[in-house]
Write a protein that binds this ligand. Structure first.
Ligand code: UDP
Ligand code: MG
Length: 331
């Protein structure tokens, strides 16, 4: 590790009086009992290499033996701290909780299923030492993921780039390193809909990517079902763009134009032709259904935004903790 490279070398001194570890590794865990042993082995090698590091595990309401295994790890390695939610709150919330508790100067988020190779972490750290505040891992290849997932992910990231107000790099997941400054800013954000990839781009500061090939899941099933992925996609669009709201205006204009064209046509047929080709029940039904659909879609889009306003206004806590351990001592 380049400790005396320019850029961040001063942080060691700063870290000295802050009384925290240099690095925090954050791993959200939801029913990953088959992955935890291998995950720990591989992370341990990385932690030994990095030096002053804490490992923050977040148990997101797992129903299997994950929590027991996490407790055991904490028992045998004091660098392991953990949080346990009172129920399943979802991946983004788990990561948020990890960010709330992590004490490192550089915070690294990775998945528990080893799709984000821990061995890439030293490379992320190297870029951070060069002076970047956010170093995200960018997947150039997804091994063994279905064509449907690859296609939808490809389309989604491009659509998001077109619509979002901030530039969110394509093909990045949550796997990244963030500087303390960025983490503090994220923690200070009051919003409940946390699309971390978007928020970390939103804060600005120098950001860069490190390319990697995404491995298939080590064991267990994918926790992001199609429904959860779709919800995340809608969330990210609604949180980072108001273009969908404008869609209602455009659709309305289009419908008005269509209606006017029809009026002219119908008048023409009435006045100059004996039997109008548009006469009949079917035409009326189709036109009705069409405009009904346009209106419902627009109300639906409005609803997405209003639902989010409602969520924010209620101001409930993001998560409830059943157990916290390991944060009282320093690793
Ligand atoms: N995860 C979580 N809560 C959930 C769903 C997933 O903490 O409700 C964790 C999961 O244990 C894993 C990570 O989030 O560490 C990514 O999940 P998964 O591998 O299923 O998603 P994908 O790789 O398809 O994005
Ligand atoms: Mg995965």
């Amino acid at each position: 590790m380049a400790t005396n490279s320019p850029g961040r070398s001063d942080i060691r001194v700063y870290n000295g009086d802050r009384q925290g570890p240099m690095y925090s590794l954050i791993v959200p865990i939801y029913n990953e009992e088959d992955n935890i042993p291998v995950l720990y082995d591989r992370l341990k090698a990385v932690m030994d290499q990095l030096g002053s590091t804490e490992l923050v595990l977040i148990n997101d309401g797992s129903g299997d033996r994950s929590l027991e295994m996490i407790r055991a790890l904490h028992g045998q390695d004091k660098r392991v701290c953990y949080l346990s939610f009172a129920r399943n709150f979802g991946h983004q919330v788990a990561v948020t909780a990890g960010l709330n508790f992590a004490r490192g100067q550089a915070v690294i988020i990775l998945d528990a299923d080893l799709q984000d190779p821990p061995e890439l972490v030293p490379q992320l750290v190297e870029r951070w030492r060069e002076g970047y505040s956010v170093v995200y891992a960018q997947r150039v290849k997804r091994r063994q993921e279905s064509w449907f997932k690859r296609l939808t992910a490809y389309g989604f990231y491009r659509l998001l780039q077109r619509l979002a107000d901030v530039k969110i790099p394509a093909d990045t997941g949550d796997f990244c390193l963030m500087d303390r400054q960025v983490v503090d800013l994220l923690n200070a954000m009051p919003e409940r809909n946390r699309y971390i990839r978007g928020l970390r781009a939103w804060v600005g500061f120098p950001q860069t990517g490190v390319k990697f090939e995404r491995d298939p899941r080590h064991a267990g099933e994918v926790k992001y079902t199609f429904r959860k992925s779709l919800r995340l996609a809608i969330n990210s669009l609604v949180s980072f763009s108001i273009v969908p709201l404008r869609l209602a205006t455009y659709l309305g204009l289009l419908a008005a134009l269509l209606a006017m064209a029809m009026m002219v046509l119908v008048l023409y047929w009435r006045l100059f032709q004996t039997n109008s080709p548009l006469d009949g029940f079917a035409t009326v039904v189709i036109a009705n259904l069409f405009f009904g659909a346009v209106q419902l879609i627009c109300i639906g889009i409005l609803g997405e935004y209003i639902g989010r306003i409602y969520d924010e206004v209620k101001g409930r806590p993001l998560y409830t903790l059943a157990e916290v351990a390991g944060f009282e001592q320093l690793p």
